[in-house]
Design a protein around this ligand. Structure first.
Ligand SMILES: Nc1ncnc2c1ncn2[C@@H]1O[C@H](COP(=O)(O)OP(=O)(O)OP(=O)(O)O)[C@@H](O)[C@H]1O
Length: 242
C-alpha cells in the first residue's frame, strides 16, 4: 500500500484548470521527483498535499485512508512536512524556538523549557542534519543561509517524526556544498523511513536521489517511471517536449 496517494485530483482556479485528473503515489521509503516545466502544476500539487489548497474534485489518501486537508496543520498531523525555499520560519526567533514553534516544551511550572528545547535542537541538528556552520541553537534564524534555514525545517520534521517531506525547489538558492548536503539528507532520511517528494527544475539533482519520477505538463501527468526504467535523457525529453 502507498504511504500517500493522489486520486484523480482536479484543481481549478476560476476558469484555469491547474491540475487535470492527477493520480500518483508516494511509497514507503521512496523519493519521488515531481518534474515539469513552468506552470506544469508542481507547486499546486505540493500545496494540495500540504493542505494550502483543496482539490476541486478527487482526493488524497494517507495509508489508504481518505483525507481532507484544510490547512497545513491537518497535513502535518497526517505526517507531512512541507519545506519551501523560503520556508516558514520566524527570522526573529532562535533556531531552537523555530524547531519547537507551536509545540513548545513546558517545564513543570508551565514555563517554556528553553534548556530542553536547546538541548534537543542541538542533538537533532547534529545527528540528523549535517549542514555545516550551525554551531548554536541560539542563533537567530534570520542570520542563517538558505541551506541552513532548510536544515532547521528538516530538523523540525525529523524531531516530530514526519513521514513525508515535500521539498519545493529546495536547491534553487543553495551553494553547491549546501545542495550536496541537502540531497544527502534526503537519502539519509529515506534510510530512516522518511519519504520525500522533490520538486525541482534541476534534473541532475533529481536523478541523483529519486527512486521514481512523475513528470507533469499543463496540469496532466505525462510520465510516471522508476529510475531503473529510464535515463536522464528520457526525462529531459519529456520535460522539454511535452
Ligand atoms: N493561486 C492561484 N491562482 C490562480 N492561478 C494559479 C494559482 N496557483 C497556480 N496557478 C496557475 O496554475 C498553473 C500551475 O501553476 P504551478 O505554480 O502549480 O506550476 P509549477 O509547475 O509549480 O510552475 P513553476 O515551475 O513555474 O513554479 C499555472 O498556470 C499558474 O498560473
Amino acid at each position: 500500500m502507498s504511504l500517500l496517494a493522489l486520486h484523480n485530483v482536479n484543481k481549478s482556479f476560476g476558469p484555469l484548470k491547474a491540475l487535470n485528473d492527477l493520480s500518483f503515489e508516494i511509497g514507503e521509503n521512496e523519493v519521488v521527483g515531481l518534474l515539469g516545466d513552468n506552470g506544469a502544476g508542481k507547486s499546486t500539487t505540493v500545496n494540495l498535499i500540504s493542505g494550502i489548497h483543496q482539490p476541486t474534485s478527487g482526493h488524497i489518501s494517507v495509508d489508504g485512508k481518505k483525507q481532507s486537508f484544510t490547512c497545513r496543520r491537518d497535513s502535518a498531523e497526517a505526517g507531512v512536512e512541507t519545506i519551501y525555499q523560503n520556508t516558514a520560519l520566524v527570522d526573529s526567533l532562535s533556531i531552537s524556538r523555530n524547531i519547537f514553534l507551536g509545540r513548545e516544551i513546558a517545564n513543570r511550572f508551565g514555563m517554556l523549557d528553553l534548556k530542553a528545547m536547546r538541548d534537543i535542537s542541538m542533538q537533532v541538528l547534529e545527528s540528523a542534519v549535517h549542514i555545516s556552520g550551525i554551531d548554536s541553537p541560539d542563533k537567530l534564524v534570520g542570520d542563517l543561509s538558505g541551506g541552513q534555514k532548510q536544515a532547521v525545517a528538516i530538523a523540525r520534521a525529523v524531531f516530530f517524526k514526519r513521514r513525508v517531506l515535500l521539498l519545493d525547489e529546495p536547491t534553487s538558492a543553495l551553494s553547491v556544498r549546501e545542495t550536496e548536503a541537502l540531497l544527502g539528507q534526503v537519502l539519509k532520511l529515506k534510510a530512516e523511513g522518511v519519504s520525500s517528494v522533490l520538486v525541482t527544475h534541476n534534473l541532475y539533482h533529481a536523478y541523483q536521489v529519486c527512486d521514481r519520477f512523475v513528470i507533469m505538463s499543463h496540469g496532466t501527468k505525462v510520465l510516471d517511471v522508476r529510475k531503473a526504467d529510464t535515463t536522464i535523457e528520457e526525462l529531459t525529453q519529456h520535460v522539454v517536449l511535452t
